[in-house]
Design a protein around this ligand. Structure first.
Ligand SMILES: NC(=O)c1ccc[n+]([C@@H]2O[C@H](COP(=O)([O-])OP(=O)(O)OC[C@H]3O[C@@H](n4cnc5c(N)ncnc54)[C@H](OP(=O)(O)O)[C@@H]3O)[C@@H](O)[C@H]2O)c1
Length: 266
């Protein structure tokens, strides 16, 4: 990866980048921005109609870019897809494990199928992708993985137990980052703040309120931050700093924190 002069956006010419969840939202923006900056991008998701539109735009930037239908929750098939991308392109320089699902999982509903589905996609998908590319990256002493977590991991919201727990698991995969840091491979955990994508807006559409301005970010802002930071020495990529205070607030004022959360639970 080549860094241009400070004022110019970083380029990814000649790199092969895989982005999951490329059919919409943050993943789509990241895929398009990576291609615009010279990377050959392979975008993965399930909605083929949306992927076809993304592919056309990707190819206008880098003609070897493509998209493929892939359910990352089917870990064997996701790993097969990554293997075939490595065969087709020779290697994967960058993997962005961005795909995820979010669904309300009220405790009173018991152990619904949603828990397993959310963990299959949000956790096992990320684990499968990370571990599939790791041997080749470590052998080459080069590579970048960005695993997308959420501030829900730091401040779990009532009613969102499965999603918050899945994103906490992704955050804890930081263990892999430390394991391979000395071997030329960068594994980052991204906390995108709140972004008005389909997923971001679902909480608002369900009657929730917009989060404070301090944690609102656009898809373009999150993408620009990731493309600037990935491959650098900071393991965490935080789109907003306010949520970093949540665990501190919880430990120094536990009663107030719990009262606020009880209020949100209604
Ligand atoms: N928006 C926010 O405020 C926010 C905040 C914190 C973290 N995040 C995280 O940011 C990431 C991107 O979310 P977003 O906001 O951009 O939401 P989004 O617009 O709903 O995008 C989610 C993407 O994941 C893909 N996906 C879902 N299940 C999949 C599966 N089984 N296999 C493959 N792809 C799958 C979807 O594509 P298909 O349906 O076509 O498969 C879609 O492209 C997620 O990890 C999310 O948890 C978002």
């Amino acid at each position: 990866m080549r860094r241009d002069r400070r004022s110019e956006p970083r380029r990814y010419d000649g790199n092969v980048a895989v982005v999951t969840g490329a059919s919409s939202g943050i993943g789509r923006r990241l895929a398009l921005d990576l291609a615009e900056r010279g990377a050959t991008v392979v975008g993965l998701a399930r909605r083929l109609d949306l992927l076809a539109e993304v592919e056309a735009i990707l190819r206008s930037s880098t003609p070897n870019s493509s998209t493929r239908g892939c359910d990352v929750g089917d870990t064997a098939s996701y790993q097969r897809v990554l293997g075939s991308i490595e065969e087709d392109h020779g290697l994967i320089d960058v993997l962005i494990n961005n795909a995820a699902v979010e669904q309300l999982t009220p405790a009173v509903d018991g152990l619904s199928a949603a828990y397993r589905h959310i963990f299959d996609v949000n956790v096992f998908g990320v684990v499968a992708g990370t571990l599939a590319v790791m041997p080749a990256m470590v052998a080459r002493r080069s590579g970048i993985v960005v695993n997308v977590s959420s501030d829900s991991a730091r401040a779990p919201e009532p009613g969102h137990g499965a999603y918050a727990a899945s994103k906490a698991a992704v955050a804890a995969l930081e263990a892999v980052a430390h394991e391979v840091a000395g071997r030329g491979v960068h594994v980052h955990v991204l906390y995108p703040a709140w972004v008005p994508t389909a997923m971001g807006m679902s909480g608002v559409d369900d009657g929730g309120s917009l989060p404070p301005k301090a944690v609102r970010r656009s898809e373009a802002e999150v993408s620009a931050l990731v493309l600037r930071r990935m491959g650098g020495s900071r393991m965490e990529i935080n789109a907003a700093t306010l949520p970093l205070l949540a665990p501190i607030g919880r430990s120094i004022a536990p009663r107030s924190y719990q009262r606020a959360m009880r209020h949100r639970a209604g």
